[in-house]
Design a protein around this ligand. Structure first.
Ligand code: ZN
Length: 234
């Protein structure tokens, strides 16, 4: 009888501060480095990220948080990819940085503004002739959470590393969920679906359906008390 819960909740983090670093991103980084393996809430991140002089809360903290992932190469988990975390909770499991993360090209501010204007501040992901159309700041009815649009180079960086930061036609605005789809679901180098990433980005109900399918597939049964048992004869 297996009692181990893979999604057991990690301990709560604390805001040690004061964080006097000169940028929002560096203050958030310092908070996470003080709390490796611990849960941090949105409120704690906001507290650490606020301007040490004016006390003003930054509006763009979420963008800076994702830059710690994409540009600095840190692993920061959220409720989307770590069971046991609630919505608006985050955790840095270790301080290792992925190499090469800093080399990503981004559109200029002006180009990004042109892209957003073209997109009408809505996600431009196209699937079976249908646009996603989620608007910045709306709640995402499928993935949950608020929609944040970020720039995506239409041709994968792995295929065309010379993205032009000044050409709006090379970029599109994508919501967080479709950034994951674009980056992870289809690996254009191997031509394979990234099954793990699909499950990781799926809503909890679908994760649960996959979990139950796998238990059944591998011959396990889920008991009423939540424990798992190997079925007899399998
Ligand atoms: Zn979208």
């Amino acid at each position: 009888m297996a009692k181990r819960k893979p999604s057991a909740r990690p301990p709560e983090g604390v805001v040690k501060g004061p964080y006097l670093q000169s940028s929002v991103k560096r203050r958030i980084e310092a908070l996470f480095l003080d709390n490796v393996g611990k849960v941090l809430s949105r409120e704690q991140i906001l507290e650490a990220a606020r301007d040490p002089v004016s006390g003003k809360e930054p509006e763009n903290w979420h963008q800076r948080l994702s830059e710690l992932r994409t540009d600095d190469g840190y692993t920061i988990l959220s409720w989307r990819n770590r069971g046991g975390l609630k919505v608006q909770e985050y955790m840095m499991p270790h301080t290792e940085k992925r190499l090469g993360a800093a080399k990503r090209v981004k559109p200029t501010k002006q180009t990004w503004q042109q892209v957003l204007d073209r997109a009408g501040h809505r996600c431009e992901w196209l699937e079976k002739g249908q646009k996603c159309g989620l608007r910045e700041g709306e709640s995402d009815p499928i993935g949950g959470g608020r929609v944040t649009l970020t720039p995506d180079h239409k041709r994968p960086h792995s295929v065309d590393p010379d993205a032009d930061p000044k050409d709006p036609n090379q970029w599109q605005a994508l919501c967080g969920r479709h950034q994951v789809v674009k980056k992870n679901y289809w690996d254009s180098m191997t031509g394979k679906l990234n099954t793990y990433a699909i499950v990781q980005a799926a809503p909890e109900t679908e994760k649960r359906a996959v979990f139950l399918f796998l238990l059944e597939y591998f011959g396990y049964a889920l008991e009423a008390d939540g424990s798992i048992r190997k079925r007899e004869g399998s």
